[in-house]
Structures are given as C-alpha cells and as structure tokens.
Design a protein around this ligand. Structure first.
Ligand code: ATP
Ligand code: MG
Length: 568
C-alpha cells in the first residue's frame, strides 16, 4: 500500500469539477451535496464510498452535505431501514446536523411542480397501461409512437390529474407523463412517466397519497428544493442526466449539476440491496449484520473500524470507469489500522495439551507480556504460566516435513514471553491413534523467552495456561462467494450457487488468556499469530466470550500486487 498523508484527500475528477465551478462562480459558488439512500435495505460498502465522497467534498470545500431519504417506493421502505442508515452514517464519522430530509416530505411540492408542467403543456395524463407505455416506446433503432392521449388539453389534463390524486381511478389506470419527444434518441426522454397510481401504504405518509412519483421526477426536484449544487450519483444515471436537466429547465427552478462516477464493485461479494435482502430473507446469513455481509453493519460486527473504511474509500478513488476492487485491499486497510490500535492477547483456537514434566505441579508464575509492540504507551500485562498448557494443534507435527520448524519430537521452540521447551514424548489415544498430549521439558534459564547462551529456536509459539484459560467460541470467516465476480453468470447459472459453503467456521473449543473473559462486546484485539478479532456484539457475554476474526495477519494485498494472485 502506498503511504499518503491521511489528512490530505486524494484528488479526483469530481473535486476538479467542484473547484472549477467554485472558481467560475457557477451554481452560486457554493458546495452543497447530499447522500440520498432509499430506505429499502441496510447500507453496504458501496454506499460508504458515496458517503465518504459526498460528506468529504462538503467538508473540504466549506460546504454542507444533507442526508436525504429517497423514499418514493412505498412497498419496500421502512423505519427500520431509516434507523439503520442513520446509525451507519454516524458510525462512519459523518454528521448531517439538522439536515435530515425525506423525498416523501416533498410530495406536495412535487405535485405542484407537476401542475406547472401540465399548465405549460409539458405533461399529460395518459390512459395507457404500463405494458402499453413500454410497448409504444420504440427501440434504439426505431422511434416510439405517440400516445393517443398525448394531445389532451391543459384543462382536461389538470382535471384528470386532480382526480387521479383524489383517488377516482384504479391503480395503474392512468399515469402522468412528460411531453418531450417520442422519437428522442435517448429512450428515457420518450415521454417518461412522472406519476403512477398506486394504493400502497407509505411508512411515513400512511395512506395520504395514492400517487407516487418516479425516481426521475422526484430526484432532481428534491435536489433543487434543497439547493444541492453537485448531485453526485453512480454511472447508470448518466443517461438520465438529460431528463434531470430537462425537468429543472422546464420548471425554471434552481439547477444543481449532476455528476456520475463508477460504483464500487468488490470481489467475492455482491453490492446490491436486492440481492443482500434475499440472503437475509432466505436465512443464508445471520441477518443484515452477519459478519460475512458487505454491509456497514456487517463490517462493524466483523470488527472493522470507521477509519479503515474511510481509508479504503480514499484509496480506491473515484473514477468514471467501472472496475472490481479486490477484497484484500479492504482487508489491508483494516489490518493497517488495527495493527496500530489493538492490544495483543494470546488465544489458542484449536488446543493441544502440553505438559512440562520438569515444572512443579502447583506452581504458577505471572509472566510479563507486551500489550502492543507498536505502541509502547500500551504497557504490559501479567499472564499466568503453569505446568499444563495449550498450544495450537497445528503448531505440532509428529513427522515434520523439512520446512516445519515448530514443535516436533526432540525439537526445542520458544513459548512467547515464557520459556524454551523441548518435546520429549507424545501421548496418543489408543483407540484413534490421535495425539492427545505432548510431554515437554522447559529450560528455567530461558525465562521471558531469552536464552543466556544465545540459543535461538526457529519458532515462537503462543500458549495459554490450561487451568487459567477461558473457554470461548471463535468464528473464522472466508469470502461470502467463491467466485471473484458473482454478478457475472454463465447462461442458466444461479448466483446463489456461488455462495461459499465454507464462509463460516465456528470453533467452540478455543482457549483464551484470562483477561479476555471480560472483553467488552465490540472490543478489538490481535490474537498473537492468529489475526485480529472482535468480541461479538450479538453473542459475546462476560465469562462466555464469542470472538469474530476480522482478518488474518497475512498481508495478501502486497502479494497480490506483486504476483497478481491472492493465493499460492
Ligand atoms: P443498490 O444497487 O444496492 O440497491 P442503490 O443505488 O439502489 O443501491 P440507494 O439507496 O439509491 O441504493 O443509494 C444511495 C446512494 O449510494 C446513491 O447515490 C447511489 O448512487 C450510491 N451507491 C449505491 N451503491 C453504490 C456503490 N456500489 N458504489 C458507490 N455508490 C453507491
Ligand atoms: Mg437507487
């Protein structure tokens, strides 16, 4: 990873545009952005990119950023989603002060705007059903055909539109359409629908409305009402921009500038609320905040820090060209942050019993362990050491291959902050032949992990004292999907079939050093040699801790940069 000054944001084409607009005094020379989520799901890491961009621009150019709920689809929206979105934006470190707005508060204003267009002869009530509207729209190579209702008089349109609002017509029986050009090269400008009749209960407006505005009709006008100067959105809205501009021009109201950028795609996961919702609904994951989810709440539960996500958003930059960012980059961001901030601890995930035959039966020593080698001010702590210990099962091999330097018969290794030990005997289960205990001797002259005669074993292992260790559940994660791009499917391929069946491994037999018994839910640690872990906010209890692995210690990103491959 390249080092950049954390305080200085990276340049990008949007910042250039904003700077030029300011210098030229365009759009009143102000900078006012908005983050406009639809409350129909939890936010994901892609939204984090947009949040960092919008709030970041406002902060860097003395401007403001609004939080606006783009809530125009009654069927899918809810207060639960609103609450989660607010929590996530705040957690990421951004503040909208009192500028919390809702498109659903603009329904009256949008309705007035619509009447203005009708009066100008720029909108009409159409009796074609949704299917007929689509069928008469034409194609890229063939113009559409005019609706038979296109030439209604202003009076007739006003009357019908008011009666639509009053609930005189059934759902779908009529729509309000902009009168633009049925042969326009951009299909979106072929008399687009502005309002549909839909008797649906809205979570905020209840049953006050049976007309709902389309995205295209609501979005630009909401931006204008709020005095947004730069309306930043993802690339798929580039083709909508002429329509965005057309509505504002015809209304003669304040006109923000829409700027598009490429949405974030992240490898081995999906960033679509529709797909994420399905995973939740079908119980493929443990809710929106499952630590495997790319949601902000999932990343939080996984142990990610707001700083790591902001850093990621800065590193990936903002561009016009779609691409897929590899997951290891995100992981390297959280690793870098946690390395500086998380206290170290010893935890044995899959225990193997070690008995030190020459260590007194009932002796317990308190050994000093450094809390964070990266941060001397973090100090040290005392950890109990005794005759019976656990080490990681994978740190012992009876028949080691050439490059295995950890414990094996006759081999001496260092126990971190403790002693050198030498393997003398292997005890097996007579029934299975599996190793159940390894008997070792320790060298009392190596207390603290240093030898007076300069001996230096090739391996240093972490450990816990069996009698003092805290049993815990530890959860390890792999990517949610096995495929790098789960959105790109072969013909007939089901995207759910690429879910990784091994994305979660729950280990119930872990043994932790004593202080971790009381680890506060949400607290983050480095377990020596095993990775960064967080005490689970949903399931961890004092005395019965549950930990999620945030990320391993291995920097896959650097390897990927060098070899183009994350594995091998
Ligand atoms: P989804 O495709 O997940 O349903 P959406 O665009 O429908 O996303 P919104 O709630 O409308 O979700 O998004 C709010 C804002 O976040 C929009 O400005 C949108 O452009 C932006 N956004 C959504 N997904 C991404 C992404 N993957 N990368 C960057 N910005 C995104
Ligand atoms: Mg959207």
């Amino acid at each position: 990873m390249t080092e950049t000054d954390d305080k200085k944001p990276r340049e990008n084409f949007i910042r250039d545009i904003v700077r030029e607009d300011r210098a030229a005094g365009r759009i009143e020379g102000r900078v006012h952005t908005r983050f406009p989520p639809e409350p129909n799901g939890y936010l994901h890491i892609g939204h984090a990119k947009s949040i960092c961009l919008n709030f970041g621009l406002a902060a860097d150019f003395d401007g403001l950023c609004n939080l606006r709920f783009d809530d125009t689809n009654p069927e899918t929206e809810s207060f639960e989603y609103v609450a989660s979105i607010k929590e996530d934006v705040r957690w990421l470190g951004f503040d909208w002060d009192d500028r919390e707005y809702y498109a659903s508060d603009y329904y009256e204003k949008l309705y007035e705007f619509a009447e203005i267009l009708i009066r100008k002869g720029k909108a009409y009530v159409c009796d074609l059903g949704a299917e007929d509207v689509t069928a008469t729209r034409g194609t890229l190579t063939r113009p559409g055909t005019d609706s038979p209702f296109r030439n209604r008089t202003v009076e007739e349109n006003l009357d019908l539109f008011r009666r639509m609002r009053a609930g005189e017509f059934p759902d779908g029986a009529k729509s309000l359409r902009a009168k633009i050009d049925m042969a326009h090269p951009n299909l979106l400008l072929r008399d687009p629908v502005m309002y549909r009749i839909r008797r649906a209960h809205h979570y905020r407006r209840g049953d006050a409305w049976c007309l709902y505005p389309t995205y295209d009709w609501a979005h630009g006008q909401s931006d204008s009402i709020e005095g947004i100067t730069h309306s930043i959105c993802t690339l798929e809205f580039e083709v909508h921009r002429p329509l965005y501009d057309w509505f504002l021009k015809e209304l003669g109201v304040f006109k923000p500038r829409q700027i598009e950028f490429a949405r974030l795609n992240l490898s081995h996961t999906v960033l679509s609320k529709r797909k994420l919702l399905l995973l939740v609904k079908e119980n493929r994951v443990d809710g929106w905040d499952d630590p495997r989810m790319p949601t902000i709440s999932g990343l939080r539960r996984r142990g990610y820090t707001p700083a790591a996500i902001r850093r990621f958003a800065d590193l990936i930059g903002v561009a016009k060209v779609p691409s897929i960012v590899d997951m290891p980059l995100l992981e390297s961001c959280v690793r870098e942050d946690l390395n500086k901030t998380s206290p170290r601890a010893m935890a044995v995930l899959r225990p193997l019993k070690i008995v030190l035959t020459n260590y007194p039966e009932d002796k317990v020593e308190m050994l000093e362990c450094v809390n964070n080698p990266e941060d001397p001010s973090a100090g040290s702590r005392a950890v109990p050491f005794s005759r019976t210990l656990y080490i990681e099962r994978e740190d012992f091999l009876e028949d080691p291959p050439k490059k295995f330097f950890r414990l094996s018969p006759g081999r001496e290794v260092r126990l971190r902050y403790a002693y050198f030990i030498t393997c003398r005997e292997v005890v097996k289960d007579p029934a299975t032949g599996g190793v159940v205990e390894v008997r070792c001797t320790y060298d009392p002259a190596t207390r603290g992990g240093d030898s007076p005669d300069g001996r230096s074993p090739k391996a240093t292992l972490h450990w816990v004292s069996a009698a003092h260790a805290v049993p815990a559940e530890v959860r390890l994660y792999d990517t949610l999907f096995t495929k790098r791009d789960p959105n790109e499917l072969e013909e007939g391929e089901d995207w759910l079939a690429n879910l990784n069946p091994k994305s979660l491994e729950a280990i119930s037999e872990a043994r932790l050093e004593p202080m971790l018994a009381e680890a506060a839910p949400g607290s983050r640690w480095q377990f020596e040699r095993m990775g960064y872990f967080v005490a689970d906010t949903k399931h961890s209890r004092p005395g019965a801790p549950v930990f999620n692995r945030t990320v391993t210690l291995r920097d896959v990103w650097t390897k990927l940069q060098k070899t183009g491959r994350a594995d091998g």
